[in-house]
Design a protein around this ligand. Structure first.
Ligand code: NAP
Ligand code: MG
Length: 502
């Protein structure tokens, strides 16, 4: 493990942004919360306070929903689809023009390496918006030949329309704050919905920046409202609100269950992107020069605080020792330190709570008899840093292999010459089914195994291949519904069938 690479001073632009009075965006105005409450925003690399942000509560959520409803019925609903496309494209351009600032703020607020922030904002911020901007003009229904009530053929017409569902409540986690905000806004805006977005309490800053950019490019007031706040107050109020038509939630499976219960009041539509414990399955003929960097990054990208993280490595027994020692070697070479310094490969975890949680799992792994190959320690001193950790000889009976840790902990176990179904059964021994990867040069094995893995998406000879056009979402307790691609629009639309008898 290289020594922690030091912190560097943020740019003057970032410092000016951080020093602002960070308020709520409701109905096009930056307003103080009704309660007057605010929260310290912490840099997880230094544990220092970098900003103070307003903390919205249920009354603010109510104000924001009212603004979103008014906007939904107002000027926004009369814009042509071409005008919606142009606005979303302008937002993408504005975000691209602000990408240096946005990446820096993300690195300071969340802790992720600034280059990772930059890359993810470019592809899952700007390009994602551009992808959905194009869909705004392509949302059309169909005409259906029918003969209702015995009417003769040719004497009636039925057509369907795809209408926006209405006011969307978006609730997002802290692990990729700006990207998460865009993933909700893109399809919602393309469909013609209005949005109340609740960012995570720990990381509200880039969502607020995005709100500023949206206002600057001319989104009508109330189309995008941003209300940072606590999950149990602002989030719960949004999920339960009787005038919200849909909740788009990304977060833990545990909170996902609460969202479903809260949404039952008005039966609002719900999509859920939840936890994961994704398998990476390596066959003995795989190209190890691709496997080693692929699975190591697959496990430790975003310090393992990534829902798609490959956290269970299944390797054929013939190459197990070689793969595991090479992964441990590569993980040990990652430079770990403040994300703001572009030399670092890995940043801190989000909080002291998360560090303690991860370290408790590491202790559990040691106690259960798994073999610690690297890491297993938090870095001393300031910042919530945990070394990338690899446990070998794990089994699916161990807690570390079963539960989502959401940190840099990889479990590896060997498989023998059993049939593919038996390997898949072991990979599928999880309550989750978000992602998975298969590593082999044999195309038959690759596609058979991809078919057998119970997950929303499987990558072959890479891990977590994501793109705005590829449907993304989880099976089992990893979620409800799909985001991204054409399918990602469906939850934001409702179909109306209209019939005329001549
Ligand atoms: P979390 O605790 O579930 O929080 C997610 C969001 O829900 C936050 O904004 C949170 O507010 C809010 N919330 C908490 N309690 C709520 C309630 N009772 N009602 C309404 N909202 C509530 O998740 P997290 O710890 O931030 O993120 C980690 C989890 O997210 C992991 O399980 C990870 O796998 C999952 N995740 C999934 C995906 C995916 O696409 N499938 C992507 C990323 C992360 P606060 O601001 O108070 O926290
Ligand atoms: Mg923070």
């Amino acid at each position: 493990m290289s020594a922690a690479v030091q912190n560097i001073t943020p740019s003057s632009e970032a410092r000016a942004f951080l020093a602002r009075d960070h308020r709520l965006l409701i109905g096009g105005e930056w307003v103080a919360p009704v309660s007057g409450e605010s929260i310290d925003i912490i840099d997880p690399a230094t544990e220092g306070t970098i900003a103070r942000a307003a903390l919205g509560g249920s009354e603010d959520i109510d104000r924001a929903v009212t603004a979103a409803r008014k906007a939904f019925r107002g000027e926004w609903s009369r814009l042509t689809s071409y005008e919606r496309t142009r606005l979303i494209l302008k937002l993408a351009d504005e975000l691209e023009a602000s990408i240096a600032l946005a990446s820096e703020i993300e690195a300071l607020d969340n802790g992720m390496p600034v280059m990772v922030a930059h890359y993810s904002i470019a592809s899952f911020g700007c390009e994602f918006l551009r992808y959905y901007a194009g869909w705004a003009t392509k949302l059309h229904g169909e005409t259906i030949p029918v003969s209702p009530q015995g009417v003769r053929n040719g004497e009636s017409l039925t057509y369907t329309r795809r209408e926006p569902i209405g006011v969307v409540g978006a609730i997002i986690p802290w692990n990729a704050p700006l990207v998460m905000a865009v993933l909700k806004l893109g399809p919602a805006l393309a469909a013609g919905c209005t949005v109340v977005l609740k960012p995570a309490e720990l990381t509200p800053l880039t969502a607020l920046l995005l709100g500023e950019l949206a206002t600057r490019v001319g989104f009508p007031p109330g189309v995008i409202n941003i209300v940072p706040g606590l999950g149990e107050s602002a989030g719960a109020a949004l999920a339960a609100h009787p005038d919200v038509d849909k909740i788009a939630f990304t977060g833990s499976t545990e909170v996902g269950r609460k969202i479903i219960l809260a949404a039952a009041g008005n039966l609002k539509r719900v999509t859920l992107e939840l936890g994961g414990k994704s398998p990476m399955v390596v066959f003995p003929d795989a190209d190890l020069d691709r496997v080693i960097p692929g699975v190591t990054r697959g496990a430790f990208f975003l310090q393992g605080q990534n829902c798609m993280a490959g956290t269970r490595l299944f390797v054929h027994q013939d190459i197990f020792d070689q793969v595991v020692s090479r992964v441990a070697e590569m993980a040990g070479q990652f430079r770990i330190g403040p994300g703001i310094n572009p030399q670092n490969d890995l940043g801190p975890l989000i909080s002291a709570v998360q560090r303690e949680r991860v370290m408790a799992y590491v202790a559990s792994g040691r106690q259960s008899g798994a073999e610690l190959m690297c890491g297993g320690e938090a870095l001393p001193g300031r910042g919530f840093f945990v070394k990338p950790t690899l446990f070998a000889r794990t089994s699916m009976d161990m807690k570390i292999a079963r539960e989502e840790i959401f940190g840099p902990v990889l479990c590896a176990q060997a498989f023998g010459d059993s049939d593919l179904q038996a390997v898949a059964d072991e990979a599928n021994r999880s309550i989750y089914g978000l992602s998975g990867s298969v590593w082999t040069r044999d195309i038959s094995v690759a596609h058979r195994m991809a078919g057998l893995i119970d997950a929303g998406q499987v990558s072959i000879n890479c891990h977590a291949a994501v793109d705005p056009a590829i449907p993304f979402g989880g099976n089992k307790q990893s979620g409800w519904g799909r985001e991204f691609g054409r399918e990602g629009l469906d939850p934001y639309l409702k179909t109306k069938a209209t019939t005329v008898i001549y």
